[in-house]
Each structure stands twice: as C-alpha cells, then as structure tokens.
Design a protein around this ligand. Structure first.
Ligand SMILES: Cc1cc2nc3c(=O)[nH]c(=O)nc-3n(C[C@H](O)[C@H](O)[C@H](O)COP(=O)(O)O)c2cc1C
Length: 343
C-alpha cells in the first residue's frame, strides 16, 4: 500500500515527528481570567499523539491595556505572570505524557493603535476565517516609543514558555499586525517584526522558534514585505515558518500561493488554512509543505491523524462553541473536550 504522505515521519530540527498533521493554534477563550485551566490539559492531551506537533492557542505576552479589552479577547491565556507559567505546566506535562511536541503561540494585542474595532477585525480568528479576510487592510503601527517594551514582553514570555516546559514558541504575526504600517521600504516596515524575531531567537535560540505569517493582503507590496521577512528568517536560524493559505474565491480550496515563501525559506514550512486530508496529502506529497496545520477539523476531531489513517468519517465542528462557551455554566467542556473519538 502507498504510504499516506501526511502520516510519514519528518524531522523538524531536533524534533522527530511521526506524522505531518499539526494542531493549528486556536483561541478558545476558556482560560478564565487569563490563567490556563485544568480542562486545557485534557483538551490538548486529547489531540496529542506520539511524535505529533501541537501549537497552543494565542497566548498573551503582556496584560491587556485597560482600553483594549473587547469581549472578543476575553479569557485568552497569558504567560507573563508566574501563576500563568505555573498553570501552563500541567497542560504541557499532559501533552508530553502523550509523546507530543508542544509550541506556545505568543501574541501581543497592544502592538497597535488601540482601535478596538480594528483590532478585533485584525486578530479575531472568527473574522479572519469566515471569508472576509480580504477586508483586512493596512497593518497597524507600533508607536516607536512602545516598541522596546513590546519586544521585551515577547522576550520574557518566550523565556516563561520554556520555563513552563514548552518545546518552543511560535510568534503570532498574522494579519499584518507585526508590520509597521508607515512608509519606507521593506527594511523599515519590517524592522519591528524582525526585531521581535531576533530578540526571541537570541533569548531561546532559533532552533525552538517558529513564526506564523500570512500574506498580509493580496497587494504586491505586502507580498514583498512578507517575502522579505521570510527570507530574513533563514539568517536568524528560525526553525519553522507557518503560513496561512489565502483562500481562492472564498471556497475551501487550496491556492498554492505560498510557493514563493516555501521556496524562500530553508527551514520547516507549515501550511494551514482550508486543508482537508486530500489537500494535505497532495501538499506534502508534492513538497509544497513539510507539515500541514489543521484548525477546525482538529478542533472537532481529537483523533484526526487516526481518522486520516483509516479514512474514517469526520465530526462536524460547531462554530457556536468555538469561543468561551460554557463560561459560568455547569458544562465548561461543551464544544471543547466533548468531541467524540472514533472508539
Ligand atoms: C476557533 C478558532 C480560533 C483560532 N485562533 C487562532 C489563534 O489563536 N491564532 C492563530 O494564529 N490562528 C487562529 N485561528 C486560525 C487557525 O489556526 C487556522 O489557521 C484556520 O482555522 C484555518 O485553518 P482550518 O481551515 O484548518 O480551520 C483560529 C481559528 C479558529 C477556527
């Protein structure tokens, strides 16, 4: 029988992965008060397999500013305070007990201009994945006086993530929020993004650092920016580049538009966005991506790699319980840890 490309082993730097089916980062808004809860240990360990790679939900590197907490960000976890680091530890341990590799996605909401409506649009996955991506416009600017503080928050959070036991961190740079909206060439517009990457690489080492990016917009200029960032990652020894596949006609079809980035980056390339099993197999089989990160399918199918292996039917995901369902109710696990396994 032909091997299933998604289920073949892959060596990602020092990590021996047994398959290519990655858990994509997904905000679930069940870390009450910004502190990971015990149910997160169950949620992630359900999706862990020996030699599998999991990426955590977006995790704040610094507290929300007072004026910057739209409800869409409530109960996202953080990793700046000691009690958050302590609370992450059993979650990481539970994943490691299953033999999986676990990266923490680091995110900073305040690296912008404080415009709530805009921020929502920029980072709310709901907004990003319901076909309205194209509306995302010019990236937000980091005020020059804020930049050093934000860079340092990323650095400390990365250190904390390693202290909590994570195998590495992924910097959340999608929706262009990492890129300076001001004028100038790629060098100056990407300065902040690259400074964060460089600083974190210096802190924990590029061998356990990934960056998540998208194409920003379809504008050629934005494409050039993304390409500039990606090619610089090589010099910094960054382990992986994780990119979101732009949609074609708003349908669940894979565009292959990431090819220039794949070719520009020398490390592990992860593609994500709208993949099913067949698309993932084709992408890996053709060498278009090394790994494929699955969001909604993995959310709804804790045993997704096994289902792929068996060609088994998949559970449907319920979007009503993506975010924070069950807060204050008797059943916090609804839509979170209660998706059924095959057996
Ligand atoms: C509920 C939900 C939460 C998400 N949260 C994040 C997040 O915290 N960070 C991130 O980079 N992407 C986030 N995403 C995007 C996913 O990682 C993934 O790129 C997207 O769902 C497309 O992949 P899919 O078609 O396999 O679902 C989220 C997506 C969903 C559905």
């Amino acid at each position: 029988m032909e091997p299933i490309p998604l289920l073949t082993p892959y060596k990602m730097g020092q990590f021996d992965l047994s398959h290519r089916v990655v858990l994509a980062p997904m905000t679930r808004q069940r870390a009450y008060g910004g502190v990971p809860q015990p149910h997160a240990a169950l949620y992630y360990s359900q999706r862990a397999t020996p030699g599998g790679l999991l990426i955590s939900e977006a995790t704040r590197v610094a507290p929300a500013r007072r004026d910057e907490e739209p409800t869409s960000f409530r109960d996202m976890p953080g990793i700046w305070a000691p009690e958050q680091v302590e609370a992450w530890r059993p979650v990481v341990d539970a994943v490691h007990a299953e033999g999986a590799v676990f990266f923490c996605q680091l995110w900073h909401a305040a690296a912008g201009n404080g415009d709530d409506a805009r921020e929502r649009q920029q980072v709310s996955p709901q907004m990003s994945y319901d076909g309205r991506r194209e509306e995302l416009t010019s990236p937000r600017r980091v005020a020059p006086e804020d930049a050093p503080g934000v860079v340092d928050a990323f650095r400390r959070a990365a250190r904390n993530a390693i202290d909590a036991g994570f195998d590495g961190v992924e910097l959340q740079g999608t929706n262009g929020y990492f890129v300076d909206g001001g004028g100038g060439g790629p060098e100056s517009r990407c300065r902040f993004a690259l400074e964060v990457v460089e600083t974190v690489a210096r802190e924990i080492g590029g061998h356990r650092l990934g960056l998540r990016l998208d194409q920003f917009t379809a504008e050629p200029e934005e494409h050039a920016l993304a390409l500039h960032v990606v090619s610089r990652l090589n010099d910094l020894g960054v382990l992986y580049c994780h990119m979101i596949e732009p949609k074609v006609d708003g349908r669940r079809r894979v565009s292959r538009r990431l090819l220039p980035y794949r070719e520009a980056f020398g490390g592990t390339f992860i593609a994500s966005g709208g993949y099913g099993r067949e698309e993932g197999d084709a992408a890996v089989g053709e060498g278009y991506a090394d790994l494929v990160a699955y969001g909604r399918l993995f959310l709804a199918n804790p045993d997704l790699p096994r289902r792929f292996e068996l060609g088994a039917p998949l559970n449907d995901c319920v979007s009503a319980t993506f975010y924070g369902a069950g807060v204050g109710s008797a059943h916090p696990a609804v839509g979170y840890t209660d998706y059924p396994f095959l057996d």
